[in-house]
Design a protein around this ligand. Structure first.
Ligand SMILES: [Mn+2]
Length: 279
C-alpha cells in the first residue's frame, strides 16, 4: 500500500493525472498525500478539487494559502484578483460541498508509522511537532466550526510575527496560519518573514530558511512541505533538516513531484504550463 506525497498542484489537473499514471497509482490500494495549494493560478482548480475529494479517505490534503484564499472568496470576504483562476469553483453546482470539504481539511498531518508529517509551508523554529500539532488542531476546530467566516475575516495580516504561548484569539490563529501556510524565511530571532519568496542566497541579511533555523529532534517525523517553488530541492536536502521539499513549480512551467514515502523515491513529470514569472 504505497503512499505518495505530491507537491503543489495549483489546478494542474492534467499533470496530476500524468504523474499518477507514471507512478502506477492504484486508488483501491495506494494512498495520496498532498501538500496543499490544490487550487489557483493553474487551468483546472475545479477538476483538481473534485478528483482529490472523490478519493475520500484515500487522500490527505493539508491547507495552503491559496486554498484558504478560495475559502475567503467563497465566504464573500475577499474579492477575486485578476490572476486568481478559481472562479469556476465559485460558479459550480457542487460549490457548497467543495467548500465544506475544503474547510474541514487539516493544517498539519502526521503519520508516526510512516515517519512523516506534512504542512504546506513549514514548522516555525522552537516548535516541536507535538506543539505544532496541538496548535494546528486549534485552528482546524475553528475553521470546521460555525465561526469559520470570522476566522477568515481575521486571518489576513503579517502580525504578530513572533510566537508567544500567551497569544490568544485571532492573533494566535493568524500566527499559526501564517506559519503553516505562508512562511519561507525567519529572522535570526525567530520572527516570521512573510515577504521574501526567492531562493536561498537572494534573501536580505538576517533571514534564514525556516528549516535551517529549526532544530528538529532526531526522533521526530520528517516534515514534507511545499509552497516554496523557487527553492531548489537540494537546498533542503541536508539530512539534519529532516525535511522534504516538494513544490517543484508545476504551475510555473517546471515539474510536478511525487515522493513515495515507503522508500523515499522521487518521481516527477514535466509541466504543460508555459514558463511564467512566479507570483
Ligand atoms: Mn503556497
Amino acid at each position: 500500500m504505497p503512499t505518495y506525497a505530491i507537491g503543489d498542484v495549483q489546478g494542474c489537473r492534467a499533470e496530476l493525472d500524468h504523474l499518477l499514471d507514471t507512478v502506477g497509482f492504484a486508488p483501491a490500494r495506494d494512498r495520496l498525500w498532498l501538500v496543499g495549494d490544490l487550487v489557483n493560478r493553474g487551468p483546472d482548480s475545479l477538476g483538481t478539487l473534485r478528483f482529490v475529494r472523490g478519493l475520500g479517505t484515500r487522500a490527505v490534503c493539508v491547507l495552503g494559502n491559496h486554498d484558504l484564499h478560495l475559502l475567503a472568496a467563497a465566504a464573500g470576504i475577499r474579492e477575486l484578483l485578476a490572476k486568481d483562476t478559481f472562479g469556476p469553483i465559485l460558479a459550480a453546482p457542487d460549490r457548497g460541498e467543495i467548500v465544506e470539504w475544503l474547510r474541514t481539511r487539516p493544517l498539519l498531518h502526521r503519520d508516526r508509522n510512516l515517519g512523516y508529517a506534512m504542512v504546506h509551508a513549514g514548522i516555525p523554529p522552537g516548535w516541536t511537532l507535538d506543539a505544532a500539532e496541538a496548535r494546528a488542531r486549534e485552528v482546524e476546530a475553528c475553521l470546521a466550526g460555525p465561526d469559520w467566516r470570522d476566522l477568515l475575516r481575521n486571518m489576513y495580516g503579517n502580525k504578530p510575527d513572533r510566537w508567544s504561548d500567551t497569544l490568544s484569539g485571532f492573533d494566535r490563529m493568524r500566527f499559526v496560519v501564517n506559519a503553516f501556510t505562508r512562511m519561507r524565511y525567519v529572522q535570526n530571532d525567530g520572527r516570521l518573514d512573510l515577504r521574501n519568496a526567492g531562493p536561498p542566497g537572494t534573501q536580505p541579511k538576517g533571514l534564514v530558511p525556516w528549516f535551517v533555523a529549526r532544530r528538529p529532534a532526531p526522533t521526530e517525523e520528517r516534515v514534507l512541505f511545499g509552497h516554496w517553488a523557487s527553492l531548489p530541492v537540494a537546498a533542503a536536502a541536508d539530512p539534519a533538516y529532516r525535511v522534504e521539499a516538494l513544490d517543484t513549480g508545476c504551475v510555473w512551467g517546471r515539474q510536478l513531484t511525487a515522493l513515495r514515502l515507503d522508500d523515499g523515491r522521487r518521481f516527477a513529470v514535466s509541466s504543460q504550463q508555459p514558463p511564467a514569472s512566479e507570483g
